[in-house]
Design a protein around this ligand. Structure first.
Ligand SMILES: O=C(CO)[C@H](O)[C@H](O)COP(=O)(O)O
Ligand SMILES: [Fe+2]
Length: 225
């Protein structure tokens, strides 16, 4: 699967969200939307009404990353609203299989997210229930943090597990992904790259996306997975 770039609007201008999404519309694949509830993570961002408004304004699929305490209750509503993908956190979900199935039944890709310290071994039996595995490469909660190299062996391990089962599961890295780190992520096995500050902190966000894509494609072509 060709590398996908998903700019995170966490680093966009929240007063001009539609315009900032439009700025990357022709170069990005997905728009990554970080939903934070100030309970699962110590930050508060946006919720369903804003996602619904973005859905009316964006031609790109919305990739909703739910960093919330009660994803079992909320995730299906994001899928029903029309999100392209909905990711719930393994640390937060109490009924992950039911919730992942509800996301898929509503027509969205189902994602499972794991924090930097959560191992992926133990979730291999859920791989058949998901379309994407999201590995946090920073502690969730804020944009602009430093990439955690310590997660890279887990990216490799996750790629092995996905390959071993021959499943069409996207492997997404999220946090601190930039021109300095994207190649290491691609070499380790990631194929979806979330980048917030590296895109919206650039003078030309669309060009930043194109550069990240070129780096990811080159590193993937050289990778051994
Ligand atoms: O989920 C997230 C934080 O919890 C964000 O998606 C992520 O941090 C993107 O921002 P940046 O690229 O600036 O790290
Ligand atoms: Fe995210």
């Amino acid at each position: 699967m060709a590398p996908q770039i998903a700019p995170s609007i966490l680093s966009a201008d929240f007063a001009r969200l539609a315009e900032d999404v439009e700025r990357i519309a022709r170069s990005a694949d997905w728009v990554h939307v970080d939903v934070m509830d100030n309970h699962f993570v110590p930050n508060l961002t946006l919720g369903l009404p804003i996602v619904e408004a973005l859905l009316r304004n964006s031609a790109l699929p919305l990739d909703c990353h739910l960093m919330i305490e009660d994803p079992d209750r909320w995730a299906p509503q994001y899928a029903e609203a029309g999100a392209g993908s909905v990711t719930i956190h393994a640390e937060a979900a109490k009924a992950p299989i039911r919730t992942l199935r509800a996301i898929r039944a509503a027509g969205a890709r189902a994602g499972l997210g794991v924090n930097p310290a959560t191992p992926v071994d133990g979730f291999e039996d859920l791989l058949g229930e998901i379309d994407m595995l999201l590995l946090m490469t920073v502690e969730p909660g804020f944009g602009g943090q430093k990439f955690l190299d310590v997660v890279l062996p887990k990216v490799r391990r996750a790629r092995e597990l996905i390959k071993g089962r021959d499943l069409p599961v996207w492997l997404q890295v999220d946090g601190g992904v930039s021109a300095e780190t994207i190649e290491r992520c691609a070499e380790a096995g990631a194929d979806v790259f979330v980048a917030g500050s590296a895109v919206y902190g650039a003078d030309d966000p669309a060009e930043a996306v194109r550069r990240l894509r070129a780096q990811a494609e080159e590193a993937t072509a050289k990778a051994d997975w």
